[in-house]
Design a protein around this ligand. Structure first.
Ligand code: ZN
Length: 299
């Protein structure tokens, strides 16, 4: 049985060697020498989504868009929303305001050159919006963005704001303009927030446990944000032996389970691009204001 609420399906489009966990082991200066598998792996994601008739948001690196513009065009042509994941996966928390502005503009230029539209959504690499750089929301508003999906309300060694709201929040600036922050989905258990909706967590948790947790969030009337990466559907990707063991375990755990779990999830809940989901929400509550009416994709 499918669910009544509309949820956000999101994909962070980056190649297998561009993840933050490998940052110390794979120098950006060597990225162009690596075997690029992002086109094929993203094609797998597109095919799974097409098999279930689901559209999604693809937060895409500018670096990838500049080298594979046809991939970005295909994502848009298949009806999905193209959004920004920044230029080359530098953490937002490591950038000054001017550096992040340049990063946003350079990425938007590459995405626009590829598919003809500027992005209105952004996801910080590795959810790198924390307490110390919440100013990014003002910058995004000024740059014309409609939403961010960059805060993880959990305790984690690399990211997170544990007490951030667990539902989308509409942040109004001093100029009166608003911007949504759609945080990563967490479930409440034992007085803590637990990540349940994507990435390594989707591969670590038993599928039934994940689906039950998402159902609980749905029962709260809150839309879920699921996220995954194309490389998570690619068990044949090269290994990076020089990376720290923790990063290697997180990266490679149960890669063969991503696809069947994604398919099962798509059969269980209703999904749409994040921009479409946010369009159904009441800014005052972050919950649906009216019945879902998925519209044309944003790019
Ligand atoms: Zn990423």
């Amino acid at each position: 049985m499918t669910s009544p609420l509309l949820h956000a399906m999101t994909v962070d489009v980056e190649d297998w060697y561009q993840v933050s966990g490998y940052e110390g082991a794979v120098d950006r200066a060597t990225w162009h020498e690596r075997e690029s598998r992002v086109v094929r792996a993203t094609g797998l994601v597109l095919d799974v989504l097409a098999s279930r008739g689901v559209r999604a948001t693809f937060f895409t690196l500018g670096w990838v868009a500049a080298r594979h513009p046809a991939l970005v065009r295909e994502i848009a042509a298949r009806g999905h929303e193209v959004a920004s994941h920044g230029w080359d996966h530098r953490l937002a928390s490591s950038l000054t305001r001017d550096e992040l502005r340049d990063d946003l503009r350079r990425t938007a230029d590459a995405l626009e050159a590829a598919c003809g539209h500027r992005p209105v959504g952004w996801r910080a690499p590795s959810f790198s919006v924390g307490r110390d750089n919440l100013w990014v929301h003002d910058l995004l508003r000024a740059e014309g963005y409609a939403y961010s999906s960059s805060v993880f309300p959990v305790r984690h060694d690399r990211y997170g704001i544990p007490d951030f709201p667990r539902r989308p929040v509409f942040l109004r600036g001093e100029d009166g303009r608003g911007l949504w922050e759609f945080p990563m989905t967490t479930a409440r258990l034992l007085g803590r927030n637990w990540p349940v909706a994507g990435g390594g967590w989707m591969r670590l948790l038993p599928g039934a446990v994940m689906r039950a947790a998402l159902r609980r969030v749905e029962a709260e009337g809150v839309p879920v944000a699921v996220y995954l990466h194309p490389w998570e559907l690619d068990p044949g990707q090269p290994t990076v032996p020089q990376a720290p063991w923790r990063a290697r375990v997180r990266h490679r755990l149960n890669l063969d389970r991503t696809r069947p779990r994604l398919e099962r999830l798509l059969d269980t809940m209703r999904f749409a691009p994040m921009g479409d989901v946010l369009a159904t929400l009441d800014p005052a509550t972050g919950t649906p204001a009216h019945p879902a009416t998925p519209g044309a994709s944003l790019c």
